[in-house]
Design a protein around this ligand. Structure first.
Ligand SMILES: C[S@@+](CC[C@H](N)C(=O)[O-])C[C@H]1O[C@@H](n2cnc3c(N)ncnc32)[C@H](O)[C@@H]1O
Length: 290
């Protein structure tokens, strides 16, 4: 009698120090992402399947494939696999409170005094799978009604094409509904039926307010058009080197209207000696008017 045969477990690929160093340099140069030594197992975990899928036998061969691909498609894929896309609706609720109780009232007052128009432009830079721009859209469309002449425009960008495809579908598992304040959920989200049971989809008003675009904050030109009233770059720059972070923040601030606001994630802060901005609430900054 022979022992029952099991499918052979895939051979574990080894990531040599020199290849890891080359991959790290590439990620740093092309996306600002700085991976420490401790991230070596993460790289092995996230890339092994792709290496095998391509019929390659080593990470070294994979690296050569990425840099030899003139279309850049494999690099996009690599960045997709490495970037952490974790996000949620109304993440960092204190910032949404700030938006509702401080920012929106000041925009309304300024509009009434003729100091600004009723068009609000927001940029969610590093929007991942869409929960951040959709939360902004729901909060702002609710607080600044179109019937009063307001127009809310949200530009949402990310490096990851995979995350953006999910964002553009505007569809999430229904369990995420509990992250959304009930009155906004009721007004702006549609519950899936039939084959869509178990999911929810953002309604037409929210979808129309948001434009998604792939944008690498390190390499690409930033959005054209009028400066933004509010820019969010939350939990994106955590893997950047201090110099990389400074350069991106400087560029982002230049796309803010004077007096416009800038939001970072809870574990991030701005070096106020370097940037012309001041802190107005935790992780909320206001660009100087000069
Ligand atoms: C952890 S998620 C944060 C999502 C959202 N801002 C939030 O706070 O919930 C970080 C996002 O930054 C994106 N990202 C990382 N490096 C980037 C770069 N160089 N340019 C644009 N986006 C980048 C990733 O693809 C990922 O979707």
């Amino acid at each position: 009698m022979t022992a029952p045969s099991h499918p052979a477990a895939p051979r574990v690929l080894e990531l040599h120090g020199s290849t890891f160093a080359r991959l790290r340099a590439l990620l740093l140069e092309r996306a600002g992402i700085s991976l420490g030594d401790a991230k070596r197992p993460l790289v092995v975990g996230r890339l092994s399947r792709r290496v095998r899928e391509l019929g390659l036998s080593s990470f070294d061969a994979y690296y050569e494939r990425v840099i030899g691909d003139a279309s850049g498609a494999e690099l996009v894929r690599l960045l997709d696999m490495i970037a952490t896309n974790e996000t949620s609706f109304f993440r960092e609720p204190a910032q949404f409170e700030f938006l509702q109780h401080r920012l929106v009232p000041s925009w309304r007052e300024d509009a009434e005094a003729g100091l600004r128009g009723r068009h609000v432009r927001v940029w969610s830079a590093g929007c991942s799978t869409g929960q951040e721009p959709v939360s902004l859209a729901m909060a702002l469309l609710d607080a600044l009604p179109a019937d009063d002449g307001w127009r809310v425009e949200i530009v949402a960008t990310d490096l990851s094409t995979r995350a953006l495809a999910q964002a553009a579908s505007a569809t999430w598992p229904i369990e995420r509904a509990r992250q959304i304040p009930p009155h906004l959920l009721k007004r702006f989200m549609l519950r899936g039926t039939g084959p869509q049971t178990g999911s929810m989809r953002a309604g037409p008003e929210v979808r129309a307010a948001i434009t998604y675009e792939r944008l690498n904050l390190v390499e690409d030109p930033y959005p054209a058009g009028a400066p933004f009233d509010l820019v969010l770059c939350r939990n994106v720059l955590i893997y950047f080197t201090p110099e990389g972070r400074r350069a991106v923040v400087e560029r982002l601030l230049r796309h803010l209207a004077p007096g416009g606001h800038f939001l970072l994630g809870h574990a991030e802060s701005l070096d106020l000696r370097t940037h012309r901005a001041r802190s107005v609430a935790p992780n909320v900054y206001r660009r100087e008017t000069r």
